[in-house]
Design a protein around this ligand. Structure first.
Ligand SMILES: CC(C)(COP(=O)(O)OP(=O)(O)OC[C@H]1O[C@@H](n2cnc3c(N)ncnc32)[C@H](O)[C@@H]1OP(=O)(O)O)[C@@H](O)C(=O)NCCC(=O)NCCS
Length: 152
């Protein structure tokens, strides 16, 4: 694992936007123009990608080929206690299914533990069965549900 360099940011931006786009509920996505949505969403997540609210870490193989990344930071909302937070994980499609995703999550758990956090949290779309499986297999469980109802 190594900290992300400036040259990694293009990959991080592209992958994060794709992951979030895929997570937009189907009924909302059909009403959106992808390019307009991207410029709207870029502004929202810029402080998390470009700023120092988060740390971006890259997983590489011994040939220094990028395998994936994890974006970690802190969060706290319901109580004064802050927790570690996984903002995003992503694995290069050709390297999926080989344990890189689980490695990144375990690494993030260690990252949070090293900082003295007593808990680590994340958000994942209900539709993202693969990511949910990765998190649940490593001991994460659902604490809250974010619900929606279409009015059409
Ligand atoms: C989610 C992601 C990071 C997982 O990375 P990965 O390297 O493929 O993960 P791993 O190889 O460590 O583990 C994949 C697990 O998912 C399981 N899996 C694969 N497809 C699945 C599916 N459709 N439903 C449920 N589980 C699935 C695999 O069997 C494996 O579990 P196992 O080891 O218990 O058999 C990767 O798919 C990715 O980058 N997706 C796009 C970005 C994304 O969705 N990020 C999460 C945002 S919250």
């Amino acid at each position: 694992m190594r900290p992300a360099h400036r040259k990694d940011y293009a990959v991080i931006w592209q992958a994060t936007l794709q992951t979030v786009w895929d997570d937009v509920p189907e009924d909302e996505r059909t009403r959106l123009d992808r390019r307009k949505w991207e410029s709207h969403f870029r502004k929202k997540i810029e402080p998390y990608i470009e700023g120092d609210r988060t740390e971006k870490w890259i997983a590489e193989n011994p040939d220094r080929e990028l395998l994936g990344y994890v974006i970690v930071g802190e969060s706290g909302f319901l109580t004064p206690e802050t927790h570690g937070f996984i903002y995003d994980i992503w694995v290069v499609p050709a390297h999926r299914g080989k344990g890189v995703g689980k490695f990144l999550v375990e690494w993030a758990v260690d990252w949070a533990r090293r900082r003295g956090h007593r808990k680590i949290k994340l958000e994942v779309s209900e539709m993202n069965a693969r990511a949910r499986h990765v998190y649940e297999s490593l001991g994460f469980h659902v604490e809250r549900r974010y619900m929606g109802k279409s009015l059409e």
